[in-house]
Design a protein around this ligand. Structure first.
Ligand SMILES: Cc1cc2nc3c(=O)[nH]c(=O)nc-3n(C[C@H](O)[C@H](O)[C@H](O)COP(=O)(O)OP(=O)(O)OC[C@H]3O[C@@H](n4cnc5c(N)ncnc54)[C@H](O)[C@@H]3O)c2cc1C
Length: 414
């Protein structure tokens, strides 16, 4: 049976991995060369620690405060856009305590499953993407944030997520090369990290060797439908017949969905990252700087810093103040870290695919007998990619799914 996957980001490639293993004839279609999407320059975290979905109580108040500052970690470009308004209204409805408590176990199950599957991938790929299993810091500068983080660690324990709580001196002992300027930190022991570009390249060459067909520089332009099914994908180059179609094109998903007559709520959440090489002194663990919503990923002498969430549509404009804010945040926590001010125009940026509740879309759509969605993981696409791939294979193969996927229903905001 033929399966076509639209989108060669980490979600598309992980779907291809599990479908190919099951014996399907898989084709991945991408309008670029797989290096363009959000999956290449992200922070590389695989984070069971992130079991709180993006839509949560307090986020709207905090977001409104942040919007008043041009260098804050969050920004919505004010504009009269129907989809943005519908998305914001749905986000607001989902940011309730009740909805949060309902959604946490589902996100936790997805992240835990993915974390386990990453161990299998690490073995199968002979560790070729350098997955480092040291945990991840959340570091805080004030005690109020510390109390919040400790409360989170208590919640985490109930979900089986392991943490250790340290004061500033103890964190410093774990980070002997760079002076820390913090009040304390929590080490999330189950988290791990990797270089996402290496992971993507490893998946790509593995899949090519296994016979997965890649149609790159090929843009999907439409669908041919008949009797409640999509029987062909129309691209700028050719018409592709397929028995099953998976839409996995990240933050561009609403555009493709609309070609199939489906309205989907999603916003691109732009984020930036900057890379430093050959650092003499570096961190030993990835670190999230909580008050500043900034992340740092060290791999040996290499360091990536990144953050911000900009809801400004798909726009190539780089806002220099927000890139500089990432650098300045790092300097507040690690004042002696020897890194140069970034050149904003050289920063990498990617668009997180953000749904109104912070949960992905994974599942079939009832409009067609052969259409499945896989995406909308916001800041957790890499963390949840392996599990998403496994679940999509189970859906296509009519197997019972490894975890309950009802909360990921792509039609839940209809
Ligand atoms: C700064 C930053 C840091 C992040 N850090 C992390 C992290 O540490 N851990 C984590 O888990 N997540 C992280 N994320 C989020 C993560 O990167 C995304 O969730 C993930 O990459 C989304 O993957 P995807 O495959 O859904 O989409 P993408 O990687 O965006 O891939 C979509 C693909 O679809 C293709 N496409 C689009 N339209 C078409 C079309 N019409 N026809 C054909 N092809 C098409 C695109 O070319 C693209 O290759 C981060 C994101 C940002 C911005």
């Amino acid at each position: 049976m033929k399966v076509a996957i639209i989108g060669g980001g980490v979600i598309g490639l992980c779907c291809a991995y599990y479908l190919n293993k099951e014996g399907y004839e898989v084709t991945v279609i991408d309008r670029n060369d797989i290096t363009y999407g959000c999956s290449f320059g992200n922070m590389g975290y695989i984070s069971p620690s992130h079991f709180i979905p993006l839509a949560s109580p307090g986020i709207i108040r905090q977001g409104l405060k942040w919007m008043l500052s041009s260098s804050s970690p969050f920004y919505i470009k004010p504009r009269l856009n129907r989809d943005l308004i519908l998305w914001a209204m749905a986000f607001r409805r989902n940011a309730s305590e009740e909805k949060l408590q309902e959604n946490i176990p589902h996100l936790n199950n997805l992240l835990q499953l993915s974390r386990q599957l990453m161990n299998d991938l690490k073995n199968e790929f002979h560790d070729s993407f350098d997955m480092i299993e040291k945990g991840c810091w959340t570091l805080y500068k004030n005690s109020k944030t510390g109390d919040h983080e400790k409360h989170l660690a208590e919640q985490a324990a109930k979900l089986g997520v392991k943490t250790e709580i340290y004061d500033a001196q103890q964190v410093q002992a774990y980070e002997p090369e760079v002076e820390v300027n913090i009040a304390g930190g929590i080490l999330w022991l189950d988290d791990c990290h990797l270089d996402p570009a290496k992971f993507m390249k490893a998946l790509h060459s593995y899949l090519q060797n296994k016979g997965v067909k890649f149609l790159l520089s090929t843009e999907v332009k439409g669908f041919e439908r008949m009797n409640g099914a999509i029987n062909s994908i129309i691209t700028n180059n050719e018409k592709i017949r397929s028995d099953e179609i998976i839409i996995a094109n990240g933050s561009w998903m609403p555009g493709i969905a609309s070609l199939a007559g489906i309205h989907l709520l999603m916003q691109p959440g732009k984020g930036y990252s900057v890379v430093y090489e050959n650092l003499e002194k570096n961190l030993h663990h990835p670190s999230i700087l909580i008050e500043e919503r900034t992340a740092m990923t060290p791999i040996d002498r290499w360091l990536r810093i990144g953050g911000t969430m900009e809801l400004s549509g798909h726009s190539p404009a780089i806002l220099p103040k927000r890139v500089m804010a990432i650098y300045e945040a790092v300097k507040k926590y690690f004042p002696a870290l020897d890194i140069l001010q970034p050149q904003p125009e050289k920063a990498w940026y990617g668009y997180r695919p953000v749904t109104p509740d912070g949960l992905p879309y994974i599942g079939r759509h009832s409009k067609y007998s052969n259409l499945t969605f896989a995406g909308g993981h916001a800041m957790l696409g890499l963390s949840a990619a392996a599990a998403t791939g496994r679940l999509v294979n189970e859906i296509i193969s009519h197997q019972s799914t490894s975890i309950d996927i009802s909360a990921f229903d792509p039609e839940r905001f209809r």
